[in-house]
Design a protein around this ligand. Structure first.
Ligand SMILES: C[S@@+](CC[C@H](N)C(=O)[O-])C[C@H]1O[C@@H](n2cnc3c(N)ncnc32)[C@H](O)[C@@H]1O
Length: 371
């Protein structure tokens, strides 16, 4: 299939990228009998949220305050009243800990140990955001499995913005039990608590010996393969964090798989100055989507793959995600917009796009040419 965007940047010798789109059918084991009931109620709330904000512009959530408005927004307030423990879950949004209950809505507790009420779990089983997180994990699982079984050596996986790495660890566990293949995993995130959860999950799966975690800022402009001087880190999040992170770096061209699913949809295409509520505002730029993709691609071994995801603009319940949950900073993009970003980043390699049937996300696999 050929991309059909008309607003392309034209380079010398520029050749429009070919890419393949694959539909992906996923039989979600968590969907329950309440599917229609939950989704009908959701539509009503989404209309209410939409009426409150006026519209779901794709850039709208990014401009919103970091704090979720639990009082002024009538739809969010109604959902808090309706679903016990939803308010506690909202405290976790937008961190990786919030995803934990979407990956496994049958759990009795949230990632922070507070209760997860079965009524809330039932919503997470049936709403598109829950199904989309799980189907995107299923795609990641298939891509990582295919990539790992085709080598007769131990493969190296790198997960950037890994969060608690549920899909990575589940895939490694299946690979080990079904194929006798255990990858070496490196997980990188700036959230130490998410990495701690990942270590706990890996230990439970018997994979602790194959896992390394790194607490590092992956959005520095100079990339991830050089030690940071510290100066660029100065304004990021806190001085304490910058001191700990200063020396970390990753080797170039050594990972068979680099996964960065769950991050690009928070990034503007261009590099951007970091702001954190009204607490920190700096002119120091962090990597936007284009630079981040270039920096991530540098880590991929020739012949290996980079896997990323982005919420789709055509997400069927986008108004609920942006106007009721008020998930902050999300930047949904069409496949064509994503292909434009790959093109603008001038990354060579074969592009495959996987589209699960719930319509929430597209997952992009870029294969680096062999040298
Ligand atoms: C939505 S979670 C995705 C987690 C995981 N990849 C998944 O798909 O389940 C996004 C993660 O990006 C991490 N993150 C955001 N900015 C980062 C940065 N500058 N450096 C490292 N990690 C970052 C967050 O801490 C969070 O764990």
């Amino acid at each position: 299939m050929k991309a059909n965007s008309t607003e392309r940047v034209h380079y010398d010798h520029y050749v429009p990228r070919d890419y393949r789109v694959h539909e992906f059918t996923y039989d979600d084991p968590f969907v329950s009998d309440s599917f229609e009931e939950v989704n009908n109620a959701l539509e009503e709330l989404a209309d209410q949220g939409l009426a409150h904000y006026g519209h779901t512009q794709t850039d709208f959530a990014r401009k919103r305050l970091n704090a979720i408005d639990r009082v002024g927004n009538p739809a969010t307030r109604a959902l808090i009243d309706r679903l016990p423990t939803f308010n506690d879950w909202l405290d976790l949004v937008p961190t990786a800990a919030a995803l934990d209950s979407l990956y496994d809505p049958s759990k009795e507790t949230l990632a922070n140990g507070k209760p997860l009420h079965p009524l809330l779990g039932d919503w997470f089983r049936n709403i598109t955001d829950g199904r989309g997180i799980r189907s995107r994990a299923a795609v990641v699982g298939e891509l990582l499995t295919d990539e790992s079984v085709r080598h007769d050596r131990q493969v190296e996986w790198l997960s950037l913005a890994s969060g608690a790495a549920q899909p990575i660890i589940a895939t490694a566990r299946n690979l080990t039990s079904e194929h006798g293949v255990t990858p070496r995993m490196t997980l990188v995130d700036k959230d130490q608590e998410a990495l701690r959860l990942a270590e706990e999950y890996a230990a439970t799966a018997g994979l602790a010996g194959s896992l390394e975690t790194m607490n590092m800022n992956i959005l520095r402009l100079r990339g991830m393969t050089r030690s940071d001087t510290g100066r660029r880190m100065h304004d990021f999040a806190s001085n304490a964090l910058s001191r700990t992170l200063r020396q970390k770096h990753l080797p170039a061209g050594q990972f068979d798989v680099v996964d960065a699913v769950g991050l690009v949809e928070y990034l503007k295409a261009d590099d951007w100055p970091y702001t954190y509520g009204n607490v920190i505002k700096t002119k120091t730029k962090l990597a936007g989507a284009r630079t981040f993709l270039q920096n991530s691609y540098e880590l991929v071994r020739p012949g290996g793959i980079l896997v990323i995801g982005n919420m789709l603009k055509s997400h069927p319940q986008l108004a609920f995600t942006l106007d009721v949950i008020q998930w902050p900073h999300i930047k949904p993009r069409s496949i064509e917009e994503m292909v434009q970003i790959f093109d603008d980043a001038q990354l060579d390699g074969e592009l495959d796009v996987y589209c699960p049937d719930d319509g929430a996300y597209a997952i992009y696999q870029l294969r680096k040419p062999e040298e």
